[in-house]
Design a protein around this ligand. Structure first.
Ligand SMILES: NC(=O)c1ccc[n+]([C@@H]2O[C@H](COP(=O)([O-])OP(=O)(O)OC[C@H]3O[C@@H](n4cnc5c(N)ncnc54)[C@H](OP(=O)(O)O)[C@@H]3O)[C@@H](O)[C@H]2O)c1
Length: 262
């Protein structure tokens, strides 16, 4: 049985706790968070602690806290020569304190505490400094039924950058669309099949091939009408920026002085 201790109680740690609890061959030895109350409801399922001095021996310690405090938390760990991994897409592996064996166990997915997620569909990007630790991390991912990818820091940070475009920026566009439809008392549900199909289409064809719409077709009158419809300055700037980006990608000509109004 591989023992794992979780540090942090946010979106990622909560999903990991649930996935580990259901996995065979892995046990959550302890769950630490600086705020006890965030995890106290799990006290009948696992040893809950809010004091690092209470940490017991485990095969792996997973630090799933905000990026900016990974380094200080790893420094505060009261032991050395054990395996410690963080879960961030962008934090350098060397930010972990070198008194322990350092690794990254980055689950490339968007996690929100209260949404349901099939953890076995999450790709795990693994990075290690000491080769001998790779096997254990792969075994843990295997217990969760997850695919693993061995990446270096630069590759992980590139994947994280791509993920920001794919998830965070796209979601912000959903938010703008939600605001626009709400303002006209239109049910956002009408747009949900489009959201699903957009994500589904790129599973089988490239994003380049999947593009449709007025910018790609160079439907100037429609673009002009849309710009007239948008009151919010920021939304308008985003519309123009993305319209020009699509035009550039698809070789649609536009005037440099007033690119969106050709
Ligand atoms: N969310 C995602 O979709 C996602 C996906 C992949 C990877 N990640 C990575 O996973 C890690 C955790 O992300 P998350 O979304 O789970 O974070 P989160 O939900 O915002 O939770 C943050 C956690 O960090 C703790 N924390 C914050 N400041 C702290 C400090 N100064 N000292 C000690 N603990 C502190 C919080 O403790 P309290 O409860 O006491 O505030 C909480 O447990 C990050 O490195 C992130 O980059 C996130």
């Amino acid at each position: 049985m591989i023992s794992v201790t979780l540090l942090g109680a946010g979106n990622v740690a909560t999903h990991m706790f649930k996935a580990f609890s259901e996995a065979k061959g892995v046990e959550v030895k302890q769950w630490y968070n600086r705020t006890y109350s965030s995890i106290s409801s799990y006290k009948n399922e696992v040893d809950i602690i809010d004091d690092l001095k209470q940490l017991k021996n485990a095969d792996l310690y997973i630090i799933a806290v905000s990026d900016d405090c990974i380094s200080s938390l790893s420094e505060a760990l009261p032991f050395k020569n054990r395996l410690v991994a963080h879960t961030s897409g962008s934090v350098n592996i060397h930010d972990l304190d070198k008194k322990n064996n350092r690794a990254v166990f980055y689950p490339l997915q968007t996690f929100s505490k209260n949404t349901v997620l099939n953890f076995s569909e999450v790709p795990i990007c693994i990075e290690v400094l000491e080769k001998e630790n790779l096997k254990l991390l792969k075994s843990i991912a295997k217990a969760l039924d997850c695919k693993t990818y061995k990446v270096n820091t630069e590759q992980r940070q590139t994947l994280h950058l791509a993920a920001v475009y794919i998830n965070n920026f796209t979601n912000q566009l959903y938010r703008i669309a939600h605001e626009i439809s709400d303002a006209q008392h239109l049910n956002f549900d009408i747009l949900k099949p489009l959201i699903l199909e957009t994500a589904k289409k790129v599973q089988t064809i490239s994003p380049y091939m999947a593009q449709t719409g007025p910018a790609k077709r160079n439907d100037k009158k429609t673009i002009k009408r849309h710009l007239k419809q948008i009151d919010n300055k920021e939304h308008k700037a985003i519309y123009e920026l993305l319209t020009n980006s699509i035009k550039k990608t698809h070789g649609v000509p536009f005037s440099k002085s007033n690119p969106s109004k050709n």
